[in-house]
Design a protein around this ligand. Structure first.
Ligand code: ISE
Length: 324
């Protein structure tokens, strides 16, 4: 059986998802694409039907499942439209621009009584994070006490506005920290360097683990994400996932990618294949709409903290049964 997929949004991530679907994913065919830029959509169409209206793509009989990779603020509405059409969707992170909108997606699934939305928190499929979680879960480092995250971009993407360092970048750290530790975040303290970049955010989990995160949007030297879990009897950290070591011009070392696409290429590929299989089996994988809501809700509360007294007691509400 071949799954017919529609892709909405063909920017950096949408184009990469389209490439992955066509070149590196089994059991799938791209039946439709949609982008605000008609010329770009035409260039990438091949045999896919080109839509100018994302809601028409979602409603099309030719589309069985949808990849949503349009701008952040449009995610929730499109995810809700997929639920209304009873179609599975892989929705790029963040799930929504606001916690209220994210909860509307959760509510739509709860009303339907099933999960159709997977949020593209792809780090859950990254080999380095997967191995760190395995080592921690196997007890190889003892009980975790600290998690150190570093999230550095060479330069903030051109489309960044307002507090997107938190709502678009730091959301990854919220999701991966909950996933790695298997516990919920209950409080946060935020510091901003002069000029607002980098941010240093310290959170505490319900079990008292401390999660420290640096978010540096203009680190200049390259794209660099790193994590280390400190346990009572050892630590586990990712080594740079570089496959070569270069000796040249008096230097010895690994390079850094310019952005997240090369760094997380394996994660995106594994995520896409897992999503397509999950649509076929009906067994959800990856981050749920609830996980998407949690990341957006915490990000929103951290933004408020940043603009006020720098601290937040995090509030989420009760997790509905379908996400147990
Ligand atoms: C981007 O959207 C991502 O998802 C990257 O992983 C992150 O590092 C970057 O800051 C975001 O803008």
């Amino acid at each position: 059986m071949t799954l017919s997929v529609g892709v909405i949004g063909l920017g950096v991530m949408g184009a990469e998802h389209l490439r992955l679907l066509r070149e590196e994913t089994a059991g799938v065919h791209v039946a439709a694409i949609c982008d605000a830029d008609a010329e770009r959509a035409g260039r990438l169409a091949q045999d896919a039907e080109v839509f100018s209206d994302p809601l028409a793509l979602i409603a099309s009989d030719r589309v069985e499942a949808v990849v949503i990779a349009s701008p952040d603020a449009t995610h929730a509405g499109l995810a809700e439209a997929c639920v209304a059409q009873r179609k599975f969707a892989l929705c790029e992170k963040p799930l929504a621009g606001t916690a209220v909108e994210a909860l509307q997606v959760v509510d739509a699934e709860v009303t339907l009584g099933r999960r159709l939305i997977q949020v593209g928190y792809m780090r859950r499929f990254d080999p380095a994070y997967v191995e760190m979680k395995r080592a921690k879960d196997a007890g190889e480092i003892g009980a975790p006490v600290l998690l150190h995250n570093q999230h550095r971009n060479a330069a903030a993407p051109g489309w960044f506005t307002g507090p997107m360092a938190v709502t678009n970048s730091f959301v990854h750290e919220i999701d991966i920290s909950r996933w790695l530790l298997g516990s919920e975040l209950v409080s946060a303290v935020v510091h901003a360097a002069p000029g607002g970049d980098p941010l240093m955010i310290t959170m505490e989990t319900e079990r008292g683990e401390i999660v420290s995160t640096e978010v540096f949007m203009n680190a200049h030297y390259g794209y660099h994400v790193h994590a280390e879990i400190v346990g009572r009897s050892g630590t586990v950290q990712m080594s740079q996932p570089a496959v070569t070591l270069t000796n040249s011009a008096l230097h010895h070392g690994h390079g850094y990618p310019e952005n997240w696409v090369p760094r997380f290429r394996d994660a995106y590929r594994v995520q896409m294949n897992a999503w397509v299989r999950s649509v076929a089996t009906g067994e959800p994988v990856g981050a749920s709409a609830w996980d998407g809501y949690v990341a957006t809700a915490i990000a929103e509360q951290v933004v408020t903290a940043l603009q006020t007294e720098g601290k937040a007691k995090l509030f989420l509400g009760a997790r509905p049964e379908i996400y147990a």
